[in-house]
Design a protein around this ligand. Structure first.
Ligand SMILES: [Zn+2]
Length: 290
């Protein structure tokens, strides 16, 4: 097992997700005590987007960290250049000098505090098990449909990388309860890293986790006009079971669209504001014991 010595804690990857911005600024001002066996770097990833309180200036920064994008060249799009700068600071992705990147996000969906890991190796399982043990309200979401390096996310600049999603919180708004959850999550993760380095990670029995399956689009007409909304019975029910035959969309013509999949799934990112442009209504997951 590699030990972890350098940790980058990142906020403001999306400029209108305020929890991570507050947390990174407060960490940089020494407002919290952190394990002193680790080296920290605190980074506001997209300061221009933060200044304008928008998700991004030109394109979504958190989709620009595919390896191919990071070979140095001048781009006309702000975030493509920014991704290269961040990659040089905390990566580079193909040979990182940062051991762990923790990238803090908010969601407008009712997902509670969620840890997203991009690989199902022992390190991430142990981190997830520790977090779940210390903070049972956390959801663990595994997105390992492609390899770690194939993901385009900022956190993959580190040797290890995770994302925190905290919600529901509207874009451009900061809630104290959500902020407190982010502080608690980061502290537990850093404590886990310390235990990992000391080879004192406890053994974890199986715990509940979710694995990303798919995304479901809003119902659209041939002209790509929106035909309806998330059904009230599904709204805010992130990580709750959705069974075949249960309502999914409430259409403007008064009818209901039911979920017609083969088995039970666990929707999340339900009605996420940032996914409106791509007409994504929610993502689905499988629940498993990890
Ligand atoms: Zn985000």
């Amino acid at each position: 097992m590699h030990s972890i010595s350098s940790v980058a804690i990142v906020g403001g990857t999306h400029g209108n997700e305020l929890t991570g911005i507050h947390l990174v600024n407060n960490l940089a001002n020494d407002n919290y005590s952190l394990p002193d066996s680790l080296d920290y770097r605190f980074l506001i990833a997209n300061p221009d987007a933060v200044a304008t309180n928008t998700r991004f200036i030109d394109v979504d920064l958190n989709r620009q960290f595919a390896l191919d994008n990071l070979t140095y060249q001048e781009h006309s799009l702000y975030e493509l250049n920014l991704a290269q700068i961040i990659n040089r600071k905390i990566g580079p992705k193909d040979n990182p000098h940062t051991d762990l990147v923790i990238d803090i996000h908010n969601t407008t969906s009712n997902m509670g505090p969620t840890l997203i890991v991009l690989e199902s190796s022992d390190f991430y399982r142990n981190m997830s098990g520790y977090l779940k043990q210390q903070m049972p309200s956390c959801n663990i979401l595994v997105e390992d449909e492609v390899s770690y390096l194939e993901h385009p996310y900022l956190c993959t600049c580190g040797k290890y990388g995770v994302m925190l999603e905290l919600g529901a919180q509207p874009q451009g708004v900061s809630r104290a309860d959500v902020y407190a959850q982010s502080v608690e999550m980061v502290q537990h993760i850093l404590k886990f890293v310390e235990l990992h380095n000391q080879q004192e990670t406890p053994e974890f029995k199986g715990f509940e986790a979710y694995r990303l399956l798919d995304v479901v689009q809003f119902p659209l007409s041939k002209e790509e006009k929106l035909l309806g909304l998330i059904h009230p019975a599904l709204q805010d029910q992130d990580f709750k079971p959705l069974k075949p035959g249960q309502p999914m969309f409430s259409l403007f013509d008064g009818s209901t669209v039911e979920y017609e999949g083969e088995g039970t799934v666990y929707p999340h990112f339900i009605n996420e504001a940032a996914y409106k442009a791509s007409a994504v209504a929610f993502a689905t997951a499988d629940k498993f014991i990890w």
